[in-house]
Design a protein around this ligand. Structure first.
Ligand code: ADP
Length: 441
């Protein structure tokens, strides 16, 4: 348990790691876009200046060709008066003598974007444009981009933290639930599930379903243990009493033998009871392993009848069987045989000589139906709802052997198969037990 706080933080660290990754990628992407935008803007401004310089050089070359230096000077002057942007213009003749035709006041010649053209007579015409305005624009652009980048980083970090915390919340809840279960051993903890069901919610729902199942099993087993320990107390006390009584008197081999025979009988009862109780609990809790296969109910009927033919004959009870063709169900053969045997055993047991017991297999409304009816004692209406309870024995059946577990097992096994069992009985006229099983898939 000492490592619990350490485990606590894991989803948080995981969330933080995803958040940092997300924010880093987001910021890197945004920076790349911002840098590209800046470079494109800067290149486009430089290109615009170059185009302007080239067009002026063309204009001045034409003027010079037309009227020499005077025409060039006149054009420059006219240009300087009308054009919005004033330019630096210099002419260098073949004698390398430079004549500056225009140099706007206060210009720093070093921060000029320049271009030149050499005319046919070797004269060099140079045009320069100040980069000051451009640099100023780019500086403001850089400041704006800086602000944008800062906002992007803040948004990315906040968004990253919120998004990842939301994403890891169900994982954290799952972890907390598991920790609670480990720490307390209680399986009643459940993970909350959001309304919009995403894949993590599906996982949480499955986890809850698994806990339901485990809780059912644990509760079932605990109940079984309580029942078994309670139900075994009586036969164990009887067993002990037999032995104690035999030991109490003077040594007598005949009495000892009798007491030992009683003990063996009682021990057998205890063993049968134990096995049946465990079977009932397993079936009720859903833990009973069922080897399902398509089974023809006619086979079940004929095996049960074969098994009880002698008992029925010995008691003078007529045993009849009938089965529709092709009635099949997907069941565990051994368990269904056990169900049929228990019902048939009761029917013969609670029917007096001269009575009749019928076993049938039918297809009714798409379901496979196994029916055992007798013309025996019948069950009083007030007892009918209780006959399915563990260890319940009817008033008039006390004379018969039995543990009061047969019908509980029948019900648990049939329901474990997804089926249902019911009784229709009239006191003094007989009973009909109906097992209805879902059809083959
Ligand atoms: P057991 O037969 O060992 O007493 P069961 O669980 O099989 O236990 O049956 C519970 C009770 O239901 C019986 O004690 C009896 O009172 C009643 N019962 C079951 N089957 C029949 C039947 N075919 N006819 C009359 N009573 C029955």
């Amino acid at each position: 348990m000492s490592s619990a706080p350490e485990r606590d933080g894991r989803p948080l660290v995981y969330g933080l790691r995803i958040g940092v990754w997300y924010a880093t990628l987001f910021v890197a992407g945004s920076m790349a876009i911002v840098t590209l935008t800046y470079l494109l803007a800067s290149a486009s401004l430089a290109q615009r200046d170059r185009q302007l310089i080239d067009s002026k050089l063309g204009l001045y070359a034409t003027a010079y060709d037309r009227g020499g230096l005077d025409a060039l000077a006149a054009t420059v002057q006219a240009e300087q008066q009308t054009a919005p942007e004033r330019l630096f213009v210099r002419v260098v003749d073949r004698g390398a003598e430079a004549i500056v035709l225009s140099q706007p006041q206060g210009w720093d010649v070093a921060s000029l974007e320049t271009g030149s053209i050499r005319l046919a007579d070797g004269t060099l015409v140079q045009v320069g444009k100040s980069t000051e305005a451009r640099d100023d624009l780019l500086a403001r652009f850089r400041a704006a981009l800086g602000l944008v980048t800062l906002s992007v980083v803040l948004i990315a970090l906040t968004g990253g933290v919120i998004a990842t915390q939301t994403a890891v919340k169900p994982i954290r809840q799952l972890t907390e639930a598991v920790q609670r279960i480990i720490a307390t051993g209680r399986t009643d903890s459940r993970v909350p599930i959001a309304e919009h069901r995403d894949s993590i919610d599906e996982l949480s729902a499955l986890f809850n379903a698994m806990l339901d199942k485990i809780e059912g099993l644990v509760t079932g087993m605990r109940g079984a243990l309580d029942n078994v320990s309670h139900d075994l107390r009586t036969p164990m006390t009887r067993l002990r009493a037999s032995a104690e009584l035999a030991l109490a008197g003077p040594p007598d081999i005949g009495r000892y033998r009798e007491a030992l025979a009683d003990c063996v009988e009682e021990a057998d009862r205890v063993l049968v009871m134990l096995t049946t109780l465990m079977d009932i609990t397993e079936a009720e809790s859903g833990a009973m392993p069922l080897k399902r296969e398509p089974v023809a109910l006619a086979d079940i009927v004929s095996r049960a009848v074969d098994l009880y033919r002698d008992t029925a004959d010995a008691k003078g009870v007529t045993l009849a069987a009938s089965a529709d063709d092709g009635v099949r169900a997907s069941v565990d053969r051994t368990r269904l045989e056990q169900v049929a045997a228990n019902l048939l055993d009761n029917a013969i047991k609670y029917t007096a000589a001269g009575g009749r017991v019928e076993v049938s297999a039918r297809r009714e409304g798409g379901r496979a139906v196994l029916r055992v009816s007798d013309t025996g004692l019948g069950i009083p209406p007030d007892e009918q709802p209780r006959i399915w309870d563990r260890l319940f024995r009817g008033d008039q059946s006390r004379a018969e052997r039995g543990l009061g577990l047969g019908l509980s097992l029948v019900k648990a096994v049939v329901e474990a198969h997804g089926g249902a069992v019911s009784v229709d009985s009239q006191l003094g006229h007989g009973s009909t037990f109906t097992v209805s099983l879902p059809p083959e898939p």
